[in-house]
Ligand binder design. Structure first.
Ligand code: NAP
Length: 212
């Protein structure tokens, strides 16, 4: 007989993390505190389904940077689940896998507002909302009105659990960091020191594609 009780809470920090930056870390820590998450699992996207035309940095580099950025935090972990799974990295597949691994845990999927605004285009959005609580992190300047309408609609139509977390630190963006790196500008205080060193050592973001 199962004695399953969903009294443990797992945060799942999903993102391309190209590269991971302090805005992501601050948001993950804020979510951990706000929702009393026992662990926050960073899940770098393997092959982003929504970026077929965009050049994304090799997954192993993005993963290595996330590992460096989260090392030393006792409640942060990193998962290869999307990197090791062949094909496009659909969130619904990740949530199914993690539900099976973390039996009895309540899952909180944490990601950016701009990504969630496109949720209707994701694979099986209804199933995603059934499998997890969604934590939407808003960066300064995102379309609050559109998000509010969407959240209200989803709550009304599906009973989904969606929380919005404002994170001023997300004024830092991966796209801006890639541009800065391509221009040879400093990333100091925007990414952890180890991540900055890794970017320099591996000559990442030397050229920025027009679409990125
Ligand atoms: P993105 O389009 O690159 O980013 C959208 C916005 O969200 C950006 O402003 C981004 O900032 C921010 N963001 C991304 N991850 C974040 C996080 N964990 N916390 C706070 N802000 C975050 O989106 P993405 O990073 O590729 O995708 C986000 C997540 O949605 C991933 O887990 C991805 O697999 C999932 N997703 C799934 C599907 C699907 O299943 N079909 C489709 C789209 C996205 P930065 O650029 O600074 O990170």
């Amino acid at each position: 007989m199962s004695h399953e009780r969903r009294d443990r809470r797992l945060g799942i920090m999903g993102g391309t993390f190209d590269p991971v930056h302090l805005g992501h870390l601050v948001a993950a820590e804020a979510a951990r505190e706000e929702y009393a998450l026992e662990r926050v699992l960073f899940v770098p996207t393997g092959s982003p389904p929504h970026k077929p035309d965009q050049t994304v940095t090799e997954a192993e580099h993005r993963l290595a940077m996330v590992l460096l950025a989260t090392a030393g935090h006792p409640h942060f972990l990193v998962s290869r689940v999307e990197i090791d799974r062949p094909g496009p990295s659909y969130t619904v597949d990740t949530l199914r896998q993690l539900t099976a691994t973390y039996l009895g845990w309540e899952l909180y999927f944490i990601t950016g507002a701009d990504a969630v605004l496109e949720l209707d285009t994701w694979k099986e959005p209804g199933e995603i909302l059934r499998l997890c609580r969604l934590v939407v992190v808003g960066r300064p300047g995102y379309d609050q009105h559109r998000l509010r309408e969407m959240v209200d609609r989803l709550r009304r139509d599906t009973g989904a659990c969606i929380n919005v977390l404002a994170s001023p630190a997300l004024a830092i963006s991966s796209r801006e960091l890639r541009r800065r790196a391509a221009q040879g500008r400093s990333l100091r205080y925007l990414v952890p020191r180890e991540v900055e060193d890794y970017i320099l050592k591996h000559c990442l973001y030397q050229r920025v594609a027009a679409t990125s």
